[in-house]
Design a protein around this ligand. Structure first.
Ligand SMILES: *Cc1c(COP(=O)(O)O)cnc(C)c1O
Length: 357
């Protein structure tokens, strides 16, 4: 069998979830949209269900997958419904539902529901993606209450720049939120991972940690809480071929690396078809046989090359960690000019093997 695989440490997932709770003292919805950022939504939900206050996903398809697997905990649809006929399923499966637009509010008012639903009413406090305009917010709240179709309302908003620890933007968004929600007596949900880890003073009855659950920091700079996170995914494979080359020899597509001395090269069964970023340049860190090394030349679809010159103990069959407990996904992301979110979400083809740590 091809040796590429993703090891998923469910104990680390629970550890990270507990940090979200511990540092905020709040209830926490584990954000497991996009197949738990590539980690497998059902397995992650099962690992967390005994302690999680609930889960959050992007759409009803993802929510139904959880119910089909027997997950009974609350599940929030982060974008609510896309079409009004989803409301019947929302009632049937007890999903919690974001309302981010007036058309959704009108659809709820017009729907015939067999039971009232839980709505998370989203304010656009400055990100300008989804969410109600502040001037419409109090009236939308009152209309939901008056509709008789809503059992509970949570007031929510989302930060655009919480990962920038010195930006004013989050404080400005909180001020907009506080003004818009004046007089509305309801629970509040504001904080995503960077706000959980980096903005201790922002009040939020419910927090919505995503990337931090998977053990990756959302920050460019150091953060004491982020340092306590444990990476959940280890992407690894093995060296499947070794060659010794003199100076001046090209390696891989486009000859993007030319040996500058006699070198030993290892070929690893891992490529961009597995989700390893093709943009990762020569120098991107890897671990081989437990020793740090680096990527050489272009990443191809199924293989990539690494430097074994200074790792004599490594050879055919040596294990290579592409990211995980030693090589941080956030570092690989930086080399590849992307973010750990995308690194994880891109994972494909490789089997995921779960362990309890
Ligand atoms: C994805 C998402 C989150 C989680 O964000 P992280 O940065 O991964 O913690 C929280 N809230 C909403 C509305 C989201 O869409």
């Amino acid at each position: 069998m091809r040796p590429a695989r993703a090891l998923i440490d469910l104990q680390a997932l629970r550890h990270n979830y507990r940090i979200a709770r511990e540092v905020t003292g709040a209830k926490a919805l584990a954000v497991i949209k996009a197949d738990a950022y590539g980690h497998g939504a059902v397995r992650c939900a099962q690992a967390l269900e005994a302690e999680a206050d609930g889960f959050a996903v992007a759409c009803i398809e993802e929510a139904l997958e959880l119910r089909a697997a027997g997950i009974r905990a609350p599940v929030l649809l982060l974008e609510g419904f896309f079409e009004a006929d989803e409301l019947a399923l929302i009632v049937e499966h007890d999903f919690w539902c974001v309302v981010h637009s007036l058309w959704q509010l009108e659809a709820i008012e017009q729907a015939v529901l067999s039971k009232p639903i839980t709505v998370w009413l989203k304010l656009d406090s400055g990100m300008h993606r989804v969410g109600l305009h502040p001037k419409d917010y109090p009236a939308a709240y009152q209309r939901l209450l008056a509709s008789g179709k809503v059992a509970k309302i949570v007031l929510m908003s989302h930060f655009a720049r919480a990962d920038e620890l010195h930006a004013q933007s989050s404080a400005e968004q909180v001020a907009v939120f506080e003004t818009a929600r004046q007089g509305l007596a309801a629970e509040v949900s504001l904080r995503n991972s960077p706000a959980v880890l980096g903005w201790p003073d922002i009040k939020s009855d419910w927090v919505r940690p995503g990337i931090m659950l998977y053990g990756a920091t959302p920050f460019e700079e150091a953060n004491a809480f982020a340092e306590r996170l444990q990476p959940v995914m280890t992407l690894e494979s093995k060296v499947i071929s070794v060659r010794e080359l003199p100076a001046g020899e090209p390696i891989g597509y486009g000859a993007r690396f030319i040996t500058d001395k006699p070198m030993r090269i290892g070929v690893v069964a891992m490529g961009y078809a597995d989700g390893y970023p093709r943009q990762a340049p020569t120098g991107t860190p890897v671990l081989v046989a437990g020793k740090p090394s680096r990527l050489l030349g272009r990443v191809s679809m199924d293989m990539l090359c690494i430097d074994l010159t200074d790792v004599p103990e490594a050879g055919l069959g040596s294990t290579v960690e592409l990211w995980g407990k030693n090589i941080l996904a956030s570092d690989v992301a930086k080399w590849a000019e992307t973010i750990p979110y995308q690194i994880f979400c891109n994972l494909k083809r490789v089997p995921r093997l779960y362990s309890e740590g």
